[in-house]
Design a protein around this ligand. Structure first.
Ligand code: PEP
Ligand code: MN
Length: 257
């Protein structure tokens, strides 16, 4: 499998809100990012929450908001999390450009296989987040299921691993796990998600820099027009302006490295 992300430049930046909350919040966040040169946006539509009674996303209506932004700004691409075959079908119908499988879905082979089955014969990039638990085989298994469905543009997202131990991180980075994945699959593009590793804004810069130092292919970082009032992951999201300044402060190896 070729490293399809490297063709897009180095690193590939994906940013946007944890959750799409309203047409205005989504549009303002995305347009400010676009003004700063970000071309790939993310937006959570259906949110997998660990506990009930938390904001679970606005659902399929957000796909309509995304469609409107894409119609007005055709150079922008959108990535959306999918957890069920119905999510995949709705995203494909709405013209979503990139799908990602979340950490709570990657843990379940039945669930991943259902997604793989509905992706057979479909040509769309799919990013696979690591499972919540530090299990490299489970991560690889999910990637292989998507690969066997015939998807050729696959990337892995490192979002950290949950632990009962107290740590400064929301999810422990355990950098050796993605490193081993990369050793086993050298051409598999690897993207770091500092937002879900950090859980708080103050740690994002150092985690993003570490990923760049380790020659990751891209970064997925959450941003929100008003992070402090976000309906999910308020403590880790950056304003678009802060996101652009984080990127400007990164020291990045040359594109050929
Ligand atoms: C997210 O990207 O907003 C998300 C829910 O991530 P994860 O699956 O890594 O927890
Ligand atoms: Mn989030």
């Amino acid at each position: 499998m070729e490293n399809w992300i490297k063709d897009k430049g180095h690193p590939w930046i994906i940013s946007g809100p944890c959750s799409a909350e309203s047409p205005e919040q989504l549009e303002q966040t995305c347009l400010q990012l676009a003004e700063g040169g970000i071309r790939t946006l993310r937006a959570g539509v259906w949110k997998p929450r660990t506990r009930p009674h938390q904001f679970e996303g606005v659902g399929a209506i957000a796909l309509e908001w995304i469609k409107e932004i894409k119609t007005a700004h055709p150079s922008l691409s959108f990535a959306v999390e999918v957890a069920t075959p119905e999510h995949v079908e709705r995203c494909l119908k709405a013209g979503i450009d990139i799908l990602w499988i979340g950490a709570r879905t990657t843990v379940n082979p039945f669930n991943v296989q259902e997604l793989a089955d509905v992706l057979k014969g479909v040509n769309i990039p799919v990013l696979v987040k690591n499972p919540v638990n530090p299990d490299l085989a489970l991560w690889m298994g999910a990637i292989e299921r998507i690969m066997h469905a015939g998807i050729t543009q696959i990337g892995a997202i490192h979002r950290g691993f949950s632990s009962f131990q107290k740590s400064k991180y929301r999810n422990m980075p355990l950098w050796q796990i993605p490193l081993e994945l990369k050793t086993l699959h050298p051409s598999l593009p690897l993207i770091c998600d500092p937002s879900h590793i950090a859980g708080k804004r103050a740690l994002l810069q150092e985690i993003a820099q570490r990923a760049m130092d380790m020659n990751y292919d891209g970064l997925m970082i959450e941003s929100h027009i008003h992070p402090e009032s976000a309906l999910s992951d308020a403590e880790q999201q950056l304003t678009p302006k802060a996101l652009l300044s984080l990127l400007a402060n990164l020291s990045i190896r040359s594109a050929s490295s």
